[in-house]
Design a protein around this ligand. Structure first.
Ligand code: NAP
Length: 293
């Protein structure tokens, strides 16, 4: 019997997860199909219910549902509970467990780029599911200060409260503050930091925000590391700005593959073929322009 893993989100046109996950499943000789399911929010609970079927191993969850599915699964593993966002669901005999592999994926991507978060000042742009994982990762790695800026201020404040509470309970001294989503404030925050992470959807291909950057040339300086979680296009408008002014950059591809590899292990129990995944992801982005549907 062919088994299934789904990718749940909306929109999904930009996603290359089906390309590199299917390449890995095929390479390992597993009779499993990885299929995108673009669902509107009102159908999300029904879609999650479908994951309980015996032939379904689970799912990846992506924009904009990582926080919403937290309440739809039966159990959360400790990391997903602490982060407050789920990007991977595993079905075991009809019971669904939510995991978060974005945290490890992000840290692996930073490590690959040689960036050590300990003691650093970081600006996090966005306060959705991905920003939660990034904030949590930087907290547990003992960054000195996290400044969270989000278009919807209340969401940034919620994230700051959650991260601050976790830090206090865990005895972590990282400071976490919200910064207004306004040019002067963003400029001031970016000037103080060593790392900026774009966790918004600005710049994402096949969306109305394609071609947009959260920061402009005059807001960035050359001595800051700029990381964009958006991976399609690989060189986002923000990364173009960063490269133009001589800043070091980290694109979203490595995090995507590392978080996907961790999810692959959770569903299949097999060692993920990382090189195959990287090759397939790069091929999908360069040759197909990221179109996966
Ligand atoms: P999400 O939960 O839907 O959050 C979206 C974020 O983008 C929110 O902070 C939202 O602000 C902000 N945003 C949306 N449109 C905006 C606009 N026009 N101007 C300013 N801010 C805007 O999505 P997510 O799951 O966190 O994902 C965010 C991005 O990260 C996506 O592009 C996703 O593909 C990427 N990602 C990449 C990886 C990777 O492995 N490379 C992993 C995870 C996520 P509001 O709160 O104001 O709506």
């Amino acid at each position: 019997m062919t088994r299934s893993i789904y990718l749940i989100g909306c929109p999904l046109k930009h996603s290359i997860s089906p390309d590199f996950q299917q390449a890995a499943l095929d390479y390992c000789g597993l009779d499993i199909r990885y299929e995108p399911r673009e669902v509107e929010e009102q159908l999300l609970p029904l879609m999650v219910e479908e994951l309980r079927a015996p032939q379904t191993l689970g799912a990846n969850v992506t924009v904009p549902y990582k926080e919403k599915v937290v309440h739809l699964v039966d159990r959360l593993d400790d990391l997903a509970r602490a982060v407050g966002a789920v990007n991977t669901i595993v079905n075991e005999d009809g019971s669904l467990t939510g995991y978060n592999t974005d945290v490890d994926g992000f840290l692996a991507a930073l490590g690959r780029a040689g960036f050590e978060p300990r003691g650093k000042v970081v600006v996090i742009l966005g306060a959705g599911g991905a920003a939660r994982a990034v904030g949590f990762a930087l907290l547990v790695e003992h960054a000195a200060l996290l400044m969270v800026a989000n278009r919807t201020r209340a969401r940034a404040e919620r994230l700051v409260d959650d991260l601050g509470r976790y830090a206090r309970e865990a005895g972590i001294v990282t400071q976490v503050v919200a910064v207004p989503w306004e040019e002067d404030w963003l400029k001031g925050a970016v000037r103080r930091c060593q790392l900026v992470v774009n966790c918004t959807t600005l710049g994402l291909r096949h969306t109305p925000d394609e071609g947009k950057s959260p920061l402009t040339d005059d807001m960035l300086s050359g001595d800051v590391m700029v990381c964009d979680l958006v991976y399609n296009p690989r060189e986002t408008p923000l990364l173009k700005v960063a490269r133009r002014i001589g800043a070091r950059t980290i694109d979203g591809l490595a995090m995507l593959v590392y978080q996907g590899a961790a999810a692959f292990k959770l569903w299949t129990g097999e060692k993920p073929p990382l090189e195959i995944m990287f090759q397939a992801a790069e091929k999908a982005l360069t040759e197909k322009g990221g179109l996966s549907l």
